[in-house]
Design a protein around this ligand. Structure first.
Ligand code: SAM
Ligand code: SF4
Length: 349
């Protein structure tokens, strides 16, 4: 009876207005291997119904490894004196976009640390320059917590999307992962503002971050249900050397895949990437993520000589299928599971 009810609960994910706290806990802790497979297949079916067998590609440009913040988990944190630092110039970012456009990309993602030299005006200026040169491409920004005015300026300059993971909905857990100068409430406020400004907004969390419990993941899932983000990025935590959590074990690939499937069923049209962190931990992580309901891959468009310096965690994948130059390889990999690259902008619809 209980076993059947787990299948019923999985079915309910697509239809119910709300999943109760105890139900989330059950989904996260009580599924046997058959039920997990049913969950995965259901999520893959929902992704196929909404996106076919196409996987969107976004060209990722890592614009700076400088950061004023000190998130305890991240290799770019400001107190990591051994991190290698670089920042791209406006011209270099535009060159990356040019290269990406030649390869067929229709979305550029500018991601970086909160670099004081790449201030709000600089980000707005680069965004406007990309918008002018590539009027039809989608521009996604992922440059952390900024003021409402800054987000507004980015939007007016032509940015369409913004990625800002909430990292954890639990305030005490957030405080464990971040310095005192950062707060979970401010992060959530930023997400609200981004939504109000009309950005397609992405949030998410690491799986297996230090101190994370099933209760925390439940709070995350309930928060994402409320926020209804257009994009959801989740990947396993991976330790980074010279950070307070360098000895902490990496998050579980299997748990990450379960989360992808749960989120796919709750958010059928959301853009959910098969993250680089998954591909870093597991050779078939990208394929398994797509077969669990993910529908986006973000190959790296950054200049290859600086890629190793954007070291948010150890051994980060940035070449082969994770590289924009490896699109053919990626297409071959996707074809082995019956999928293919979709070069469309991949807006939330
Ligand atoms: N600075 C921006 C921000 O924090 O939103 C964008 C860059 S930041 C490196 C992008 C994401 O990397 C973060 O949201 C975080 O979830 C993820 N990240 C950082 N350190 C990580 C680690 N050790 N393992 C896995 N993901 C990590
Ligand atoms: Fe900076 Fe983002 Fe890393 Fe935090 S996660 S230290 S804000 S780059």
């Amino acid at each position: 009876m209980y076993r059947n009810s787990n299948i019923e609960l999985i079915k309910k994910l697509s239809s119910a207005d709300k999943i109760e706290h105890a139900e989330w806990i059950r989904l996260l802790t009580a599924l046997n291997s058959e039920e997990r497979e049913f969950l995965r297949q259901s999520a893959a079916d929902v992704a196929t119904e909404n996106f076919g067998r196409g996987v969107y590609v976004r060209g990722l440009i890592e614009i700076s490894s400088y950061c004023r913040n000190n998130c305890h988990y991240c290799g770019l944190r400001c107190s990591n004196a051994s991190a290698e630092r670089y920042r791209l110039t406006k011209e270099q970012v535009l060159e990356c976009c040019e290269y990406g456009a030649q390869l067929g990309f229709n979305t550029f993602v500018l991601q970086g640390g909160e670099d004081p030299k790449q201030n709000d005006a600089w980000i707005a200026d680069v965004t406007a320059a990309i918008r002018e040169k590539f009027p039809d491409k989608a521009i996604t920004l992922s440059v952390g917590e900024r003021s409402n005015e800054a987000y507004n300026a980015f939007r007016r300059a032509g940015a369409d999307r913004y990625l800002l993971r909430h990292e954890t909905r639990n305030d005490a857990h957030y405080a464990m992962l971040h310095p005192e100068s950062m707060s979970a409430a401010n992060r959530r406020n930023c997400l609200e503002v981004l939504k109000q400004l009309g950005f397609q907004t992405g949030t998410g969390m690491m799986i297996g971050s230090p101190g994370q419990s099933v209760e925390h993941l439940t709070e995350d899932l309930m928060f994402i249900d409320e926020l209804k983000p257009e994009m959801i990025g989740i990947g396993p935590f991976i330790p980074a050397k010279n950070t307070p959590f360098n000895d902490h074990p990496a998050g579980s690939v299997d748990t990450t895949l379960i989360l992808i499937s749960l989120l796919r069923l709750r958010h059928p049209k959301a853009l959910i990437p098969a993250t680089t962190a998954l591909a870093t931990l597991s050779d078939d992580g990208r394929k398994r993520a797509i077969l669990a309901g993910a529908n986006v891959v973000m190959p790296n468009l950054s200049p290859s000589d600086i890629r190793s310096k954007y070291s948010i965690y150890d051994n980060k994948a940035a070449y082969g299928c994770e590289s924009a130059g490896g699109l053919d390889k990626l297409n071959v990999e996707l074809s082995t599971i019956g999928y293919h690259i979709d070069f469309g902008r991949g807006d939330y619809k």
